[in-house]
Design a protein. Sequence first.
Length: 579
Amino acid sequence: MRSLISRTGILFAGLLAGFGQCAPSQPNELEVRGSCNTPTNRACWSSGFDINTDYETKTPSGTTRTFNWEVKEYDNWTGPDGRVKSKVMLINNQFPGPTITADWGDTVVVNVKNSLRLNGTSIHWHGLRQLGTNIQDGANGVTECPIPPGSSKTYKFRLTQYGTTWYHSHFSAQYGNGVFGSIVINGPASLNYDIDLGAYPIQDYYLPTADELVVQTQHTPPPPSSNNVLFNGTNINPAGSGGAYSRITLTPNKRHRLRLINPSVEHSYQVSIVGHNMTVIATDLVPVNSLTTSNVFLGVGQRLDVIINASQKAGNYWMNVTLPAANACGTSLNLAPAAIVHYSTAPNSNPTDPGTAPPNLGCRDSLDYVPVVTRQAPLDQFSASLQNTLDVTLNTTTLVVWKVNGSAINVDWDRPILDYVLTGNTSYPRSENVINVDQKNAWTFWVIENISPVPHPMHLHGHDFLVLGASSPTQTAPFNPATDKAGLKGANPTRRDVTMLPANGWVVLAFRADNPGNWIFHCHIAWHVSGGLSVDFLERVSEQKGQISAADQTAYQNNCAAWRKYFDNSGIVKIDSGL
Ligand SMILES: *[C@@H]1O[C@H](CO)[C@@H](O)[C@H](O)[C@H]1NC(C)=O
Ligand SMILES: *[C@@H]1O[C@H](CO)[C@@H](O)[C@H](O)[C@H]1NC(C)=O
Ligand SMILES: *[C@@H]1O[C@H](CO)[C@@H](O)[C@H](O)[C@H]1NC(C)=O
Ligand SMILES: *[C@@H]1O[C@H](CO)[C@@H](O)[C@H](O)[C@H]1NC(C)=O
Ligand SMILES: *[C@@H]1O[C@H](CO)[C@@H](O)[C@H](O)[C@H]1NC(C)=O
Ligand SMILES: *[C@@H]1O[C@H](CO)[C@@H](O)[C@H](O)[C@H]1NC(C)=O
Ligand SMILES: *[C@@H]1O[C@H](CO)[C@@H](O)[C@H](O)[C@H]1NC(C)=O
Ligand SMILES: *[C@@H]1O[C@H](CO)[C@@H](O)[C@H](O)[C@H]1NC(C)=O
Ligand SMILES: *[C@@H]1O[C@H](CO)[C@@H](O)[C@H](O)[C@H]1NC(C)=O
Ligand SMILES: [Cu+2]
């Protein structure tokens, strides 16, 4: 059966219908799952729900899971690679932060207490659609005021999607100080596997604080090299002794699911394992027809769920991260970042075979992934929408500033755009970079042109976008409709929530205006969004207030009042976009 599932399988969906369907209707979904979602039937989830279910229209019932978090500051903290950092900010004293594990359809409640000394905080649930719950999106200055020190806030939202994602602070570059973690949402899968190895973040790691790095990157355009790259929160210290490699343990002859996450502030990279291929089954929160490859590209914010078969000789193998020089994809003082893939029956040792570096993808992500649940963007409507061109430009005259369509975003922590929505005020300041998207359920098309030599991992809140096309290595911006439109793919293209805008190039995206809310679209390099690289899609603004409950509006107003009382008397000066 498994051999039917290959990337060339146009037959995939049809065959899977037989393969993946669950037992007939039963009263208890969990009971059904006992015979469903097993190593030989991962496409199945529960009665009426499987890999072919359109998760944007149907969600299984679930339970409520509550998490209690405290964000705190620590000085002179000894990190996982044995070196001391002057300051970190951690959730429940964990690095990375606690993993949220839940099932498709569950409701998540997170009580966040801010015990930082000076900073506000706000937690964004990356990639979650938040249909009808824009106010839970955690983007400070946009959907909420920051939570002031000493205050708490409760986030509550439904998991309508499943797969692998992460959360992080959206208060300036604060996630670079440690306020981030993984989210695993169990659900069906497009390929069978035996063992779920769980979330596996691979991140850049810096000894200076994120606050120091923001100031540095405001004054000098080339971003600093990272001091290390951590795999699952650890690595050896490349500068000397200390630390330990991350060790992924494989059981011989079993198929393992590994949930790769890039929670970096700057680095995008290629990941490979010596002697092993990986089979990709999901791009961000979108299940895809399985695609086997020797290396994968993982941009900042992106996730890839991969299957690794422990089919090779029992031993130890390097998992490598490659940062090609000259692509502005990031540089590290760890010149060969790596983890160890260890077969459980072999003795522990460092691998000996260095392998070969994968072909350099030029800091571009693959658009070869085919979503299981299909979407079609009507390309015949595309030309009329060409006014939706957004140019990304860099201005280094005084400070390093990133603009979109001629303006750098600078959100007001005291007065989020949600305030304008609630009061019906449409006089948005230019610096809020508001773009109205009004037509209900219409497809909207966006041509993003990069007038800079630096690639940008572009992330949209509240939606997965369709990536209709991106410039090839020989093409540069501007997008030329006469020659470039023919190459766009409207029929079920790659769909995800982060994609690479190539250096000097363009990318064309589409999403449907089916989620009223206030959704930012920004570069996920912390230094770039801090420097202004974002817009705010104000989607169907007239419907937004009506979907916010009175209780949520009160909580919002109370938090804003507490924030303003704190911040306006703190003497702290906001030095960046606030995102
Ligand atoms: C952290 O270490 C520095 C340098 O060793 C020292 O000056 C400072 O007092 C320490 N801070 C705390 C809070 O211990
Ligand atoms: C955030 O906290 C850091 C560390 O305490 C501090 O250096 C920085 O100025 C603070 N920024 C804001 C905007 O509160
Ligand atoms: C990642 O680290 C966590 C916490 O130490 C551990 O439980 C988990 O097994 C690790 N994951 C892998 C794939 O090694
Ligand atoms: C990896 O995939 C390539 C191309 O499909 C294939 O030639 C190679 O044998 C595979 N390697 C392993 C270790 O399975
Ligand atoms: C793992 O094995 C499955 C079949 O059991 C196959 O479909 C998949 O391509 C294999 N993946 C890799 C990375 O070898
Ligand atoms: C993988 O990492 C190891 C350990 O740092 C290194 O020796 C090896 O050269 C790297 N291989 C590749 C292909 O990057
Ligand atoms: C870009 O800015 C121009 C000039 O301010 C404006 O007319 C246009 O509508 C903006 N484009 C978008 C997509 O908002
Ligand atoms: C860059 O910024 C400077 C200082 O704010 C301004 O004077 C200049 O006009 C800007 N250049 C461009 C091309 O926008
Ligand atoms: C609407 O917002 C603008 C910009 O912040 C402000 O100047 C104006 O006073 C507001 N209008 C009303 C009626 O509150
Ligand atoms: Cu960027």
